[in-house]
Design a protein around this ligand. Structure first.
Ligand SMILES: Nc1nc2c(ncn2[C@@H]2O[C@H](COP(=O)(O)OP(=O)(O)O)[C@@H](O)[C@H]2O)c(=O)[nH]1
Ligand SMILES: [Mg+2]
Length: 335
């Protein structure tokens, strides 16, 4: 009996310790955020290594000038970025060579990397020209969500794709997302106005978000991923259900495509700056009635992930903030 009591006492003590740890982590996170919370509002500066002339800074409310924008958040990616970007550029160039109507740009968003990411990125600008590859530097670290927000706000595509710097998803999978968006957009367009001809159809004006999904790989991933990643994933599914509602099986995949109209609504509103911004995207899509299509993509777990157990307090904090912010109306939504 005494033995059982000891185990019980120990368990309670452990639980209390865990709760204290969690609470202090959240307080710490709140303190950090209070001093490091503002979005980057300054317009992006695109340096052209070949010319001193200033490159005009586009905005998401301007009409599209390219067919496709690829937004790559990059933080300390000097090793993983070059290979993935090389592959991406090969794909884009080949496609542009075959199809004269296809135009593209790549935006790399670096927020205070301490390694040579910036140098690597500018090498690509030099090689491919500032019209095709651009770098946004945010100075200090803000997080993946904020980097993507800035990239989206200053890109020129009719379709905008966010993808990771490690090439976890093969770039040509973007065609799966693109084709689905096109199919759904065309159907919606003709459904709304059956007399409309194809000449007035503009993909950029129809609000659709295509989420790459790894749900079909879940079983295998569970077996190979680190325990805290699985814990986070399961926790996430629950939290997404509670905060954003059902409907999306994998919110966290780094491979997502938006039409320009959808991106304008989403990224002029989004507030979360780090790992939970994808959950906010789901929430905002639902609020705006933006159609989400979830599409299976391939995915390789690339070593060098920046998600670690220390990300957990920030995630909890972000989700708590979001729930309270929207529910109390403190976070207003711009139309
Ligand atoms: N700009 C920026 N990018 C980030 C930050 N954190 C992660 N990323 C990028 O987000 C992408 C996914 O990161 P990764 O660590 O591979 O996450 P995982 O694949 O979910 O394990 C990569 O392109 C990272 O460089 C950040 O703080 N700032
Ligand atoms: Mg990765």
């Amino acid at each position: 009996m005494g033995f059982l009591w000891t185990i019980l006492e120990l368990s309670v003590a452990l639980l209390l310790l865990l709760l204290c740890g969690l609470a202090s982590a959240i307080v710490f996170e709140a303190y950090r955020r209070r001093h490091n919370n503002a979005h980057v509002e300054a317009p992006a500066i695109f340096e052209d290594p070949k010319s001193p002339k200033q490159v005009p800074c586009p905005y998401i409310s301007d009409p599209a000038e390219k067919y496709l924008s690829l937004i790559i958040p990059a933080f300390n990616e000097e090793y993983r970025l070059p290979g993935a970007l090389e592959e991406t550029m090969n794909y884009l160039q080949k496609r542009a060579g075959k199809d004269k109507t296809f135009s593209y740009e790549v935006l790399i968003v670096d927020d205070g990397s301490r390694d040579a990411t910036k140098r690597v990125a500018f090498e690509f600008v030099r090689r491919y020209g500032v019209d095709n590859v651009r770098v946004i530097l945010l100075g200090r670290n803000h997080g993946k969500g904020e980097a993507i927000r800035k990239g989206m706000l200053h890109s020129r595509g009719e379709l905008l794709l966010m993808l990771d710097a490690d090439g976890a998803t093969k770039v040509d999978d973007l065609e799966k997302l693109e084709n689905q968006i096109r199919a759904v957009a065309r159907k919606d367009y003709h459904h709304e106005d059956s007399a409309a001809g194809d000449s007035s159809f503009r993909i950029s004006d129809i609000q659709i978000a295509a989420f790459g999904s790894r749900a079909h790989l879940e079983e295998k991933a569970l077996a190979t991923r680190k325990w805290y990643r699985n814990f986070l994933m399961k926790g996430f599914h629950l939290v997404v259900l509670l905060t954003a509602g059902p409907g999306v099986r994998d919110t966290q995949c780094g491979f997502k495509m938006f039409t320009r109209a959808a991106a304008r609504k989403l990224f002029t509103n989004i507030r979360l700056k780090r790992w939970c911004f994808d959950v906010e995207l789901v929430f905002l899509c639902k609020r705006f009635g933006i159609r989400i299509i979830e599409i299976s993509v391939n995915w390789s777990e690339i070593p060098g992930s920046k998600v670690n157990p220390l990300s957990i307090p920030n995630m909890l904090w972000e989700l708590a903030l979001m729930s309270v912010g929207y529910r109390t109306g403190m976070w207003k939504i711009r139309p």
